[in-house]
Design a protein around this ligand. Structure first.
Ligand code: TYD
Ligand code: MG
Length: 468
């Protein structure tokens, strides 16, 4: 038998070191190494353990019979969309997010909805049963037949799940509170989080129930027990949003049973989370019209078109190195767009502070937002507002060329649905269907600058337009 050995795991980056030291060799973090008991891993373990030879594993063909996945729909449409159409029995899902963003609320609502069809257990290590009941009361799900427990000992939880008859869905809130007595380290350390989660996931796979693990995100933006949980589970969901805003976005960042680009949009209300069926209308609700530095981007999130306002602010800098601050978009791409505007369009932005914000707390990763970002920047720089009834999309290359993006038709259709009258789009657009929008096609960023400078977006007849 392999002898258990001690190793030291960095709480910051998760690297494993044979010896304790004050500073992690990999990431340089101080005081981050914590002891962990482990079996001897790879590298000589086979030889060292001696003993009986391994059993031969039977190899099978790739094209064998395919079992259709029986998914369990929670009835919360936005959650089902993000998980790829429902929960897969025996799968493990990790829900990460900032403390207070609404993870417990979402999962209690999901458990209550699921409990009408299957057996659900909700185990909280963070709240007492009374608190959970109060929350359920507030959410209007007091009568849902969910089995509640307040517990942190993995041994007790496992024993309960083993002996308590069949169960279909288990929520464990949160992994940071779990405690496995085989380890000396405190709850919340990488070692505890990893070992406790592994024990529960193994149990879920064996007994065939769905397990939801809640994980708080640390200041560094990683689920504590850095990354180590992400590969253990089948699905990783992030619950995001600004705490001051009511919007919450559920995003799949890994999914073995579905796509990873879908988002679910919720609104936090007095009575819990409400699904937002039409996110565009919500994201644009507080938009101020006719202010410089605002552009509406027609984006795609997963299979859905989502319209969102991009705001830019440009102010004289009092620093030697001007500030560039971005919320909701990639700062590297902002730098690129600024450089292209400077180098290819002659817009001087070197000595000003630039702030960019995606309104509503959404995070955009599509390159198709380039043109909308550029439009917001040009509008802010020139002090000329864009036409409030115009949407913008298109990718920008380093030469300043505007490139076509996928699913233009879907974007335009959504814009038309929300009452937009015109769109600034790439010159060679693909798949644009007949919509009642006036299109201004541009093939170079300089045309956009000229367009914003020339007029404030009033008369479309002055542009090279086309009725579709
Ligand atoms: P919670 O689900 O406890 O967050 P997490 O589990 O991610 O830490 O959400 C807590 C926040 O949500 C808290 O600030 C109060 C707010 N909230 C509402 O606004 N309405 C509600 O109905 C509930 C239950 C919570
Ligand atoms: Mg919570």
């Amino acid at each position: 038998m392999a002898r258990p050995t001690k190793s030291y795991v960095c709480q910051q980056c998760g690297s494993v070191q044979p010896k304790w030291s004050g500073r992690c060799d990999d990431c340089g973090a101080w005081n981050a190494l914590v002891e962990e008991v482990s079996e001897i891993g790879a590298g000589g373990a086979l030889e060292r353990s001696g003993g009986a030879p391994g059993r031969r594993i039977e190899l099978i063909a790739l094209d064998g019979p395919l079992k259709p996945i029986d998914r369990l729909e929670s009835g919360i449409g936005e959650l089902d969309r993000v998980t790829g159409g429902g929960l897969v029995p025996g799968s493990a899902l990790l829900i990460g997010g900032d403390p207070g963003i609404g993870k417990s609320t979402l999962l209690l609502q999901a458990a209550a909805a699921l409990a009408t069809q299957v057996r659900c257990i909700y185990i909280s290590g963070e709240e007492a049963v009374d608190q959970l009941r109060m929350r359920a009361d507030r959410l209007g799900v007091r009568t849902a037949p969910v089995g509640l427990a307040s517990a942190t000992s993995v041994r007790d939880i496992a024993a309960t799940l083993e002996s308590d008859g069949p169960v279909d869905v288990v929520v464990v809130d949160s992994v940071q509170t779990l405690f496995l007595d085989a380890l000396e380290s405190a709850p919340g350390t990488v070692a505890q989080v990893r070992a406790s989660s592994q024990a529960l996931i193994t149990l879920a796979k064996r007994r065939g129930f769905v397990i939801f693990l809640v994980g708080h995100v640390t200041k560094e933006g990683m689920i504590a027990g850095p990354r180590v949980l992400e590969h253990m589970v089948d699905t990783v969901l992030y619950f995001e949003g600004e705490r001051g805003h009511q919007f919450r976005i559920l995003r799949a960042v890994k999914n073995r049973f579905g796509p990873t680009d879908e988002i679910g949009v919720f609104e936090m209300t007095d009575a819990g989370l409400k699904e937002v069926v039409n996110p565009s209308a919500l994201f644009l609700a507080e938009r101020e019209r006719n202010v410089p530095g605002s552009a509406v981007f027609a984006g795609i999130e997963g299979t859905r078109p989502v319209l969102v306002e991009i705001q830019a602010l440009i102010a004289p800098s009092s620093f030697a190195t001007p500030r560039r601050a971005v919320v909701g978009w990639d700062s590297g791409r902002l730098a690129m767009i600024l450089a292209v505007l400077e180098a290819r369009c002659g817009l001087v932005l070197g000595a000003v502070d630039v702030f960019l914000n995606v309104a509503g707390g959404l995070r955009i990763s599509e390159p198709a937002a380039d043109l909308a970002v550029a439009a917001a920047l040009v509008s802010a720089a020139t002090g000329r507002p864009l036409d409030a009834g115009t949407v913008v999309f298109g990718e920008v290359g380093l030469g300043g060329e505007v490139r076509a993006v996928a699913r233009a038709g879907v974007r335009l259709k959504e814009a038309a649905k929300l009452g937009f009258a015109s769109a600034i789009v790439p010159g060679r657009r693909v798949g644009a269907e007949g919509r009642d929008l006036t299109l201004t096609e541009i093939s170079h960023l300089a045309e956009l600058v000229a367009l914003v400078r020339a007029d404030t977006g009033a008369a479309p007849s002055r542009r090279r337009t086309e009725r579709v």
